[in-house]
Structures are given as C-alpha cells and as structure tokens.
Write a protein that binds this ligand. Structure first.
Ligand SMILES: Cc1cc2nc3c(=O)[nH]c(=O)nc-3n(C[C@H](O)[C@H](O)[C@H](O)COP(=O)(O)OP(=O)(O)OC[C@H]3O[C@@H](n4cnc5c(N)ncnc54)[C@H](O)[C@@H]3O)c2cc1C
Length: 584
C-alpha cells in the first residue's frame, strides 16, 4: 500500500458504494458494511498481510473511519486483530491465505458474558482429544458465551480467533487462541450457535452472542505460539506455565491498540473539518452583529480550535503507538512487546479516545441541530469514541492497571523534579519545557500522594484490596496525568518532525492549546496541589482565546494539516450547499 499513490487509496473510498444510503433495515445496513469491505478488498487485491505495511495500513484505516466508522471496526478486527494474531501466534499458510484477501472475514471472540474484565479469566474450554489429535471447543455455561462480536450476519464467511482455556492431559494449560470457522457462505459451522442481537443505535453492526458445543478444532488451528503436544500426549510450552500463557494470549489486544487510536483520531479530524467549514459559512442572527459568520465568535473558535488541536494530538499518539503494537518477530516464535510497552499503548488508546470524544462532541455542539443528525456524520463519528470507552479494553480498567504499575514501580515513576521555584513564577509557563515540567510535576505529586497513602494503609494493617480500592480515585488521576504528559510529548514530537520553517509558530500554538486545554479541564486539581495560583487559573481562558486568535487567520493551513480528503466525506453538512441538500 505504501507504493500505492495516496490519491488511489482515496479513490477507493470515493466510490458510490460509500454514498449515504436511504432508509435501510438493520440487516441491509450490516450487509452494506460487508459489501464495502469487499469493495476495498477487491480494489486492493491483497496477497500479503497488510500489517507488513504499517504506514499503508494506518492510512487505509484512517480513510475507512472517515467514510464509515462501522467499516473501520470491521477492518481493524480483520486486518489487525485476526490476521495479527494469526501471524504472531503461528497460523498455517492456508489460513493466512484465506484471510489476507478477505475470502473469510476475521473476528476476535475474547470477551465473555459472565464477569467483568472477563478476558483475564476465560471460561470457554478447549479439551485436547489425543485419539483424533483435535480440540473440542465448548461453552460450559451461559456466562461463558462470547459477547458481543459482530458476526451475526449470515452469508458472510467468518474465520475467528477464539480464546479458550486449554485442557490437555487433564491439566489447565492457560488461555490459548484457536482459529475457528464460525460460518461459511451457506451456514454455521457444526456446533456453533450465533444469536444476532437486536439493532443498536450507536455504531450499528451485526453484534451477536456466540456459544460452542463439541466444536472440533484440528491441531493446526491451535495458534500454539511455540507450544506443542507430542504424539505421546505430553504437553510442552516454552512459556513455562498457564499463567504466563494466559498473559501472552490476552496480549493479542495489542493489535487492536495499534489501530484504534488511528480510527478515533481520523474520525475527530473529519469532524473538525466538517465543523470548521460550517462555522465559516453559517450566518448568525446575534444581538450585536447580525450576519456575522459563527467562526467570528470567540466561543466558536474555542470549541473548534481546541478540537482541532485535540484531533492532531490524538493523531500524534496514534502514529507513535502503531509501530510497537504491530511488530511481529517470527511467526509463532516471538514474545511480543514487553508489558510496559503494552501499558503505554493502552494508555495512548484511552487518551486518544478521550481527546477524540471531546473534540467530536465540541464539533457537534458547534454545529447546532445539524450536528445531531446521522446524515451529517458527526454523531456517527462520536459513536466510535463511545464504543471505544470499553471496546478494545475498558478505559477505566486500563487506567487503574497503569496506575498500579506506576505505584508498584513496575513502570517508571514521574520524571525528575524541575528546579525549585520554576513553576511558581506567577505566570503560566510559555514554552514546551515549562509545559512538560508542569504536567510532570502534577504526575509526580499524584504519584507521591498515592504511594504514601498506600504505605500508610499497609502500616495500618489494611488488606491490599481495601488499600487499593480506597485510593482508586487518586490512581485514576495519576494514570490520566501520565496520559496527558504522553499526549503533549507526542504532539511536540510531531510538531518537531512535521513542520516546515514557516509553520513552527502554528505548531507551537497548537501544542499550547493542548497544554492549556489540559489545565482548563483539571484546574482545580492543579490549584489544590499548589502547582498553579488562583491568578494563573483565572488566566487560562484568556490565554486560550489569545492562542485561538493567533491561529484563526491560518485556518486554511490548519485544515490542510487534518489530511481529510474532501471527496470522501459524505453528507449535507460537508457538502457545498447544505441548505439545498436539506430543504424539501
Ligand atoms: C461496540 C463493541 C464491540 C465489541 N466487540 C468485541 C469483539 O469483537 N470481541 C470481543 O471479544 N469483545 C468485544 N467487545 C467487548 C469489549 O472488548 C469489552 O467491552 C471490554 O473488554 C470490557 O469488558 P466488559 O464490557 O466486560 O466490561 P467490564 O469488565 O464489565 O467493565 C465495566 C466496569 O467494571 C469495572 N471493572 C471491571 N473489571 C474490573 C477490574 N478488574 N478492576 C476494577 N474495575 C473493574 C470498571 O469500572 C469497568 O469500567 C466489544 C465491545 C463493544 C462496546
């Protein structure tokens, strides 16, 4: 794909198959998403896994998210979660060849119905049958049903990665991954039950509940990742035990973490593009200056330019995350990235979700009633951010895990302290060093407070659960502070790498907006920690306005930075004449 002209990729998505459909039944709507997927695959004629071309895959996923968030969802599950796991854990060549061009569409069946954070404790069972050298896949009870993978539409062949607890030689070998054909074009696989769930309003897809009964999985479809079972039935796993094996299987989520921020950031960028264009032409009937375009108002500039900066910050995070998450070293022989890298990627997913969510909501608010309706796209983009507060790993659980790793020293604590007094000059810091220093100081202060409180609880004899449970608010703040610093670092790195000489000031102001927006959303916390004075807090809105005023004359350059090809964004609001499009 890297060899493909970006224009040619855009052409794929400019096809009429992506035009907004009229009223469709839920099934017709789901079918359209798979028809679009087929169109993309037919145009690309893929023989090799796209994961081998990371910049090309990222661009493809971004464009998919801009034209159809549901298509993005299906595509990342196929090209990243399924093909990624198939390659990394050692699927056979035939299955890879089946998946690459999309003859079967991939899916990942991890989450189960019965308990929170279920991927850590999978109940679906795969029992080894030494006589036939196969595995028997079973759902032991309703609580182990897989829910809610989008595999409910009949007629679409599906080859899914399924997580199941492996029993071999009567012993628990931990959670392993299997490739399971769920259905062909003509019907369900033997022993597979799929119940399509009722249509949902946000990110509508063919979500389903799935269970297995005596499903026979041949030995070669165990994604064994270096483990094996000898002819005599003895079990060997280079990882050493079920606990480590489970961790390794759960870590396949990295293929999602590499993709999700790109989709979220792209949806945010498309929203900003739509909303800024609209604000430039929307006339207002205000009390002071009738006929003024909406964008002339400071409050519109605040909404739209902080959204633009947030969308670019999410993009910067996405570009840093994909590489380490998608790395594959040797089919079925690799160890994957170390846990600290995965935690950082998970934190980047949370940050990208929150940045994109806020940015899109601001764009929608700035567009008034027009922003509310699906045909104008913004609400569909926002749906993607709502889905990913939990899909791909629950944001809150990710934050708490990250904080635990920081509090226990598994991950680095906050960076070294700045020189004393630097932060209390009475004015907000004005450049990158000072910004990072202030964010780092908050992170360090929260880290200190959390570890002191945990130690005090230990000294009082509190159990570990009670001690941690009573500090979860602080833990979440600590992880969010770390995410804020990572975000600004990523944005500054993008600014350094991506600027022509003339753009330096623009990029710096965009970074400043990301910094000021972070302060504005947590000013009470900075104030309480003694990191900002009341006067500094009061100055934040004014500084945001001043930064927006400097950026405003450069709107054409700023919208170019969004890299949203106009020809693929559908809907009246994005079009040249929304009034003509919407009037009866
Ligand atoms: C649109 C969509 C599509 C999806 N598609 C798929 C798919 O294709 N395949 C698939 O396998 N899954 C899929 N999922 C499921 C998704 O991966 C899970 O939602 C996610 O893993 C979180 O699990 P959960 O929903 O069970 O949330 P829970 O684990 O129930 O978490 C909910 C809340 O409970 C609390 N909680 C839970 N566990 C803990 C803990 N250990 N410590 C502290 N607090 C905790 C937290 O407050 C958390 O916010 C999809 C989800 C959505 C929304």
């Amino acid at each position: 794909l890297t060899a493909t002209e970006p224009r040619d990729l855009v052409k794929i998505f400019a096809d009429p198959v992506f035009d907004l459909p009229g009223d469709l039944s839920p099934r017709e709507r789901y079918a359209l998403v798979y028809q679009r997927l087929q169109h993309v695959h037919a145009q690309l004629d893929l023989g090799e896994p796209l994961l081998q071309d990371q910049p090309g895959l990222t661009r493809l996923l971004e464009l998919a998210a801009m034209v159809d968030p549901g298509l993005f969802h299906v595509m990342f599950l196929h090209h990243c979660m399924t093909i990624g796991a198939a390659l990394d854990y050692g699927a056979c060549d035939d299955d890879i060849a089946e998946l690459c061009p999309g003859r079967s569409v991939g899916a990942a069946l991890m989450t189960e119905l019965g308990q929170g954070n279920s991927s850590a404790d999978i109940r679906t069972e795969a029992v080894y049958d030494p006589g036939r050298r196969e595995f028997i896949l079973d759902t032991p009870g309703p609580d182990a049903a897989k829910y809610p993978p989008n595999v409910g539409l009949d007629g679409v062949p599906r080859l899914a990665v399924v997580s199941a607890r492996l029993r071999a030689g009567s012993a628990d070998r931990g959670t392993c991954l299997f490739l399971v054909p769920l259905r062909t074009a003509t019907g369900l696989g033997p022993g597979v039950s799929i119940q399509l769930r009722p249509a949902t309003a946000l990110l509508p897809l063919d979500y389903a509940a799935v269970s297995f009964r005596d499903v026979r999985v041949p030995y070669h479809r165990w994604l064994r990742d270096g483990a094996f079972i000898s002819e005599d039935g003895s079990f060997h796993d280079p990882l050493g035990g079920p606990h480590v094996r489970t961790g390794r299987s759960v870590s396949m989520s990295r293929f999602a973490l590499g993709a999700i921020p790109s989709g979220l950031a792209a949806a945010a960028r498309a929203s900003v593009m739509i909303a800024i264009r609209h604000a430039e032409r929307r006339r207002t009937a205000g009390r002071f200056a009738a006929g003024t375009p909406a964008i002339s108002y400071r409050h519109q500039q605040r909404l739209l330019l902080t959204a633009l900066a947030a969308a670019l910050a999410a993009t910067a995070l996405a570009r840093r995350t994909a590489g380490p998450c998608w790395q594959i070293t040797g089919r079925g022989q690799g160890a994957g990235p170390v846990p600290a890298v995965l935690r950082q990627a998970a934190l980047a997913k949370v940050a990208a979700d929150q940045l994109a969510g806020r940015a899109i909501a601001q764009c929608r608010a700035a567009c008034g009633a027009l922003g509310f309706f699906s045909e104008n796209r913004l609400i569909d983009y926002e749906a993607l951010t709502l889905a990913f507060t939990t899909a791909g790993g629950n944001n809150q659980v990710i934050l708490l895990d990250a904080a635990w790793a920081m509090a226990t020293g598994a991950d680095d604590a906050a960076p070294d302290a700045p020189p004393p007094g630097e932060l209390r000059s009475g004015e907000l810091p004005s450049g990158p060093d000072g910004w990072l220093s202030l964010l780092g100081a908050r992170e360090r202060s929260l880290h200190r407070e959390l570890t002191e409180r945990l130690r005090a609880a230990e000294d009082r004899g509190s159990g570990q659960f009670d001690a941690w449970n009573s500090q979860s608010h602080l833990a979440q703040q600590l992880a969010e502070a770390r995410a804020a610093r990572l975000t600004l670092e990523a944005m500054l790195a993008e600014a350094a790498a991506g600027t022509g000489a003339g753009d330096t000031g623009l990029w710096l102001d965009l970074c400043r907006l990301v910094f000021l927006d972070e302060l504005a959303s947590r000013d009470g916390s900075y104030l309480a920690a003694g990191l900002l004075t009341a006067a500094e807090v009061r100055s934040i809105p004014e500084q945001i306005d001043e930064t927006c005023a400097r950026l405003l004359p450069h709107l054409p350059t700023l919208t170019d930075l969004l890299q949203v090809p106009a020809e693929i964004i559908r809907g009246p609001l994005a079009g040249p004449d929304y009034i003509a499009d919407l009037a009866p």
